[in-house]
Every structure is written in C-alpha cells, then in structure tokens.
Design a protein around this ligand. Structure first.
Ligand SMILES: Cc1cc2nc3c(=O)[nH]c(=O)nc-3n(C[C@H](O)[C@H](O)[C@H](O)COP(=O)(O)OP(=O)(O)OC[C@H]3O[C@@H](n4cnc5c(N)ncnc54)[C@H](O)[C@@H]3O)c2cc1C
Length: 323
C-alpha cells in the first residue's frame, strides 16, 4: 500500500499522517530506521476512524513512548501509530470509603498515573512513577518494579480491534506473566514465539484501562514515589539514551549480576555500550545504530551463556528489517 487517504474513513481524520519518519525520534534509545508511515491520532474516536479506514493487511505498529523498543535500521513497513499524549484521559471513575476505580488512557505517561493516584490518596500505583513509558505500553509489557506489576492493579482494559471496534476485556482473557501479557487465544504455538521476538504486528491494542486502588495516605504515596525516583537516579544511567533493562531477570537471579560477573560493563559495539553504572542497561553513547545495539545484545547474551550456562532473554522488543 503506498497511500493512505486521510478522508477515506466515514469521517475525515483529524490526526497527523507523516511519511518516512526516523524512529530514533520516537524511541528512547534514539536509534533506528524509518517508519514508512506514522500516524498521530487526535484522540480515541480519531484513532478508531483511522483503523477502520485502513486497507485489510496493512501492518499497524502501536507505539507509546518507545522506551522498550528497538527498531532495526532497515525500518518498518506499514503504519506506526503513536499514542503518547493522545489517548490522554485520566479520571476517577468511581470512589468509596475503601478506594477507587481510575480510568487511564493508553497514551498517558505512567509517572502521571502514579502522581494522579497519589494526589487522590490512593495506594498501589506508586511504582508506575519509575516506568518512563505509557500506560498502554505498561499493559502490553506488564511493566513493573520494586515487587509490583501493572496487571496486579488492573480491573478491566479497553481495547480496539482491527475493525476499529472498542471493547472491554477482563484480566482473565490474558496470559499474564513477568513482563508478558498476551491474549489467551493468541498464545498457541508459533504465534507466541513470534510475539516473544516482538515481530508480530498485533490484531488489537490497548486504548485504556481501569485500575482498582485502595484508599491510602497521600503523603505516604508521595514519599514512596520520591524514594523510588531517588533509587533510580542512583542506580541507572539516565544521562544517556537507553531502554531500561535489556534482559529479563532469570528465575532466582539478576540479569545485571550475571552480565557484570562476566566482566562486560563498559563493553562496546560501535556507539552502543554496556553501562558501567548498571550492567543490564545498554546506552547509546552518541552515534549507535540499531545494528550496534542489537549486536551488543547478542554478544552479551552469548558471553553470559558461555560463561555461566544461563541464556538471558531480551525484555526489549526488537522489530523491523535489517538495513
Ligand atoms: C530508564 C528506563 C527505565 C525503565 N524501567 C523499567 C522498569 O522498572 N520496569 C519495567 O517493566 N520497564 C522499565 N522500562 C521499560 C519501559 O519503560 C516499559 O516496558 C514500558 O512499559 C514501555 O512503555 P512504552 O509506552 O514506552 O512502550 P513502547 O516501547 O512504545 O512499546 C513496547 C511494546 O509494547 C507495545 N505497545 C505499546 N503500547 C501499546 C498499546 N497501547 N497496545 C498494545 N501494545 C502496545 C509496542 O507495540 C511494543 O511491542 C524502563 C525503560 C527506561 C528507558
């Protein structure tokens, strides 16, 4: 498909359609190839209208803040849809003495959700302050830190399917695990493997979700957020582009400990380097290509496997074609 007509849908589209967009602008690693087309919807109805107007078979890649994403240098076929700051609703849906139900749009940044719930005297979402992605990305990744995970506080989610229809789904519809959430019917055989590799442009996407939170103390939640951010500043290389932890922690161990034990801190491929501050972070020291970053991921994985026998599995999603 070469063209998308912005007037093709039932109603004219109000978002922005861009072509040949460098994905380094939309990913926290600040590296990667071009998206053939990129759409920034005006809001949820506009996103739905856009999806409805797309020809069958057009690949759609939904991206939030690109904080867990490596787009190979050969770029992406199809259309990237950027949800950050667009699907932006954040509200108290219902509240009583025990707690409240909060609705957050998929484009809301996680730290904003954490601050909003803390300000409303609700406990349980403070950990989201440390996740520099969107709420939709946190649902897709089951993002978490300091012993808490996104899906533990999810009551329902709202999705959009390939036909542009909106629906509410329940947590039981998903297979949920450490840094993993997939629709149960999608987890059969080969499809799951493709999803693990991050190569599958999906058939439905999160547009929002409801969080069930218990009543807490505003001051306590704010302090928790403050402590958590201080810990991150001390332990993570936040001054250079990165995508957080590159590898999942293997059962009973820490990926960072294993990488460090193999003497890989500071190890480089081109402009990509294993952070000397946190061994499970790969930083872009300035001019890293996606190929540099991916080659370093492979080199680290292979070295750790050779020296410890443990095969680390990437947490970051790697998509697109090689250059
Ligand atoms: C400094 C730093 C620290 C980090 N710390 C943590 C941490 O403590 N814990 C943690 O879990 N992660 C952490 N991360 C990783 C990252 O922030 C999370 O994985 C986050 O949830 C990704 O959100 P995003 O909006 O950036 O998703 P993206 O990177 O844009 O996308 C990631 C994947 O989710 C899919 N996706 C995004 N939005 C949607 C949607 N609406 N519907 C369906 N699929 C979607 C994308 O297609 C892609 O496959 C960190 C990253 C950085 C840079």
């Amino acid at each position: 498909m070469s063209e998308i007509d912005l007037t093709l849908g039932r109603r004219p589209l109000r978002g922005e359609l861009r072509t040949n967009q460098a994905m380094e602008k939309y990913t926290s690693w600040r590296a990667g190839g071009q998206a053939e087309r990129l759409y920034v919807p005006a809001d949820l109805p506009d996103f739905a209208e856009f999806v409805r107007g797309l020809p069958h078979g057009e690949l759609i890649h939904v991206v939030g803040l690109g904080s867990n994403l490596l787009v190979r240098d050969g770029g992406l076929r199809g259309t990237v849809v950027i949800l950050h700051a667009r699907l932006n609703a954040l509200r108290v849906e219902r509240a009583d003495n025990d707690g409240a139900l909060i609705y957050a749009g998929a484009g809301v940044a996680c730290p904003k959700v954490a601050r909003f719930t803390a300000l409303h005297g609700l406990a349980g979402a403070e950990f989201l302050a440390g996740i520099p992605g969107t709420f939709g990305g946190a649902l897709a990744m089951n993002a978490g830190c300091y012993g808490a995970e996104t899906w533990e506080i999810v009551e329902h989610v709202q999705i959009i399917d390939r036909a542009g229809e909106l629906r509410v789904r329940e947590p039981m519809d998903y297979e949920i695990a450490y840094r993993h959430a997939a629709l149960k019917h999608e987890t059969g055989s080969g499809k799951q493997d493709e999803q693990k590799l991050g190569n599958l442009a999906g058939e439905e996407w999160f547009v929002g979700g409801w969080l069930k939170l218990l009543r807490g103390e505003e001051a306590e939640s704010r302090q928790k957020i403050k402590n958590l951010l201080a810990m991150r500043i001390n332990s993570q290389p936040l001054n250079l582009p990165n995508a957080g932890s590159v590898f999942r922690n293997p059962e009973g161990d820490w990926a960072a400990r294993l990488v460090e034990s193999c003497g890989l801190k500071g190890f480089r491929v081109g402009g990509a380097m294993v952070s000397p501050k946190h061994a499970n972070f790969i930083v872009n020291t300035g001019r890293a290509s996606a190929a540099n970053i991916e080659a370093l991921i492979v080199a680290v994985r292979d070295t750790v496997k050779d020296q410890t026998g443990i095969e680390l599995v990437p947490e970051v999603r790697i998509i697109g074609a090689t250059a």
